[in-house]
Ligand binder design. Sequence first.
Ligand code: CUA
Length: 322
Amino acid sequence: RRYSSAAAFSMAGALAACDGPQSALRTGGVDAAQLAQLFWVMLAGAVVLWLLVNGLFLYVTRIKTRSLSRKWAEALIIGGGIVFPTIVLGALLAYGLTMMPDQRAPGDGLRVRITGEQWWWRVEYWPEGAETPVISANELRLPAGLRSEIELTSAEVIHSFWVPGLGGKTDMFPGRPTRMSLEPTEPGSYRGQCAEFCGASHALMAMQAVVMEPAAFDAWLAKEAAPASLPEGPGRDLFFREGCGACHSLRGTEAAGAVGPDLTHLGGRSSLAAGILPMTSEALARWIFDPASIKPEAHMPAYSHLSDAELASLAGWLEQLQ
Ligand code: CUA
């Protein structure tokens, strides 16, 4: 009884992992679908191998060894232990290799450069023919039905870019760009996660990837490219008085820092602090008060000298930067 509940428990866990926003088996694009197919084929191959090898094992342990002729024993060892696994594993390898050209295909329009930072993502969009990028952070938006070229790099240590619902995983190295391409097909939201240990807050380096219909994507990109429009209010004065612009940029204003994430359209993102907090003024206030209490060793200093009222007005103002 204990065994059956343990089995049911692990089965439930395994099935739960098949769904959800960060599942490699809930696929939203051509690349991830191909990898999911590879997974199922390899799983089937592994099951066949397992059944055969264990079947042979049971067979030889249940017959009297003396009644097994030498020839038959050799055939079992060579056939079951060497020939059969070689054929199955060789076939699986060949099948996997046929997918390589598709997985490495070049993009056909939009280029996106993503830079891993401790512990967030700098995201730059280069539409075809663009001279300068549209700068954003911590969220990747892609048009459905088009193959986008993704250039990956890092500012300091090795990170790894992985949105399981959209495609495979690619490491990001400082000083040595890597690339991949993604062709999402299903509009929706997919969770990504840094997949290479990169310091204290590696586990808190996530992102949302949002796949949009091409027309909606173009409209979003045009909006994202526009300079900041700053609402009036005490939050605005606090932003400039506290020197936030030394690290953060509000395009079109004197705030032109490039150390931290670009905040020009911060309020338009679905999450805060690289996918770990909701985009609300409460979460923003908590973050500004003491970032390292939320994300250990975060490079942004604490603004714990601000009063609750000041934090609320600064956070409320930032949330309006759409
Ligand atoms: Cu970045 Cu782990």
